[in-house]
Design a protein around this ligand. Structure first.
Ligand code: CTP
Length: 393
């Protein structure tokens, strides 16, 4: 079988030396590795090192007259089964986000149809800068995968987020991009996400602290594994994941209607949304003007979507609790007749709302409980899908 080619892009970060180890690991996986180095990267590591490891010429410039491998400027882009950029500076991320093609690496990124995996490495402030964050969000929206950065001591002497993440993690993302798992092919999964908004008047509403991150992570993981996904989402600030059918809703009532419609013929419903239990009984048509010392709002119960929806599909819920986690979660599992419930203690550090990690206990219908360690919402999404898959007849 023809070997797959990974184009490994290396940019000018102090972590560039780690790319040598990465190249070696890729070669050991039986992959052809074509290295492209930016001019800045060559200040940190010698192309000869990469050439020796990969046994292939290293591309260091876009136009070379008598190059051993006269590289036509999009040849690499066409040959690549994967473009892996590690380490990736803020600069290359910005260039790719804006379609620049002024060197071999950015041109390859613009021209390739292969999946792109990016492992950023930069100073914390540069990483946290809203410009960099917006560029990353834009590229994620276009389907590129980001791994890391990790947290720790940085070359500039400070400590924070921005280190090139562990090579094991980069390898895992690269191999997954090369050989996507398609174990959910043919399955239709409906996922809800975000916190519903219940209007008080045309400008005000009642909502909660749900960011939607868990539901979006589930949607992305399910699509990556071949499922058809309808993501019924209350308002969030997250970009729409590529390849899913996004169904935007606002209120609990709208979410209920969307769930009834989209679960027809589905194989599983995963309710990660934080649905309002109460809505404003009679929202004002016009903006409420202030008057008097007190304002009383009358609230009425919403429908328990998960507890009432019927159909021949698996029902998976979430329970966010601040005390007696397992007790309350099991009660919900039984009351709502669920196959699985994901219980998280919202008071635990790194768990719950608006963080990228989660620590949960999975409770199954027939009594088993599984306490999982703290992990990224993405990793948790895959574990939840593994359990759902095991429950399908
Ligand atoms: N849920 C739902 N419809 C609602 C409320 C919640 O489908 N009207 C779903 C959530 O998406 C979640 C699970 O039910 O999967 C949460 O259970 P629930 O008992 O409603 O949790 P809380 O709202 O936190 O309940 P309580 O306030 O009683 O703890």
């Amino acid at each position: 079988m023809k070997k797959k080619t990974v184009v490994l892009g290396i940019t000018g970060s102090i972590a560039a030396y780690k790319a040598a180890d990465l190249a070696s690991r890729l070669v050991k996986q039986g992959l052809d590795v074509d290295v492209v180095m930016t001019a800045a990267a060559q200040q940190f590591i010698n192309p000869l090192t990469l050439q020796a490891i990969t046994h292939r010429p290293v591309v260091t410039a876009m136009f070379t007259l008598h190059s051993a491998m006269a590289v036509e400027h999009i040849a690499l882009a066409e040959r690549a089964a994967l473009l892996l950029i590690a380490p990736a500076t803020a600069n290359i991320i910005a260039k790719i986000a804006h379609g620049f093609a002024d060197d071999m690496l950015s041109s390859t990124a613009l021209a390739t149809r292969a999946p792109i995996v990016i492992a950023p490495a930069m100073n914390t402030q540069m990483y946290e800068n809203t410009v960099t964050q917006a560029n990353i969000a834009k590229l994620e929206e276009r389907g590129m995968t980001f791994v890391g950065p990790g947290e720790g001591r940085l070359a500039c002497g400070t400590s924070g987020r921005g280190r090139l993440t562990e090579l094991d993690e980069i390898m895992q993302a690269a191999l997954l991009a090369l050989n996507p798992r398609q174990d959910l092919l043919g399955k239709k999964v409906v996922i809800t996400a975000g916190g519903t908004e219940e209007p008080i008047d045309p400008v005000r509403f009642i909502t909660n602290r749900s960011s939607g991150k868990m539901g979006y992570a589930l949607a992305k993981a399910a699509v990556a594994r071949g499922a058809t996904v309808d993501l019924i989402s209350a308002p969030t600030s997250l970009p729409a994941p590529v390849g899913i059918n996004l169904v935007p809703v606002r209120t609990a009532k709208e979410m209920h209607a969307a769930v009834l419609k989209h679960t027809l013929g589905c194989d599983a419903l995963i309710m990660a949304a934080a649905v309002a239990d109460y809505t404003v009984a009679d929202p004002a048509i016009h903006k409420i003007k202030k008057s008097g010392e007190k304002l009383v709002l009358e609230l009425s119960r919403t429908t328990d979507i998960l507890g009432t929806v019927q159909g021949n599909f698996l029902k998976i819920g979430f329970a966010a609790e601040s005390r007696d986690l397992v007790f309350h979660a099991r009660e919900k599992l039984e009351q709502k007749d669920l196959d699985l419930i994901i219980a998280n203690d919202i008071t635990a550090p790194g768990s719950g709302f608006n963080v990228d990690t989660n620590q949960v206990t999975l409770l199954h219908r027939f009594g088993q409980s599984e306490a999982l360690p703290l992990m990224t919402k993405e990793a948790l999404a895959h574990i939840i899908l593994d359990r759902v898959k095991a429950l399908w007849p």
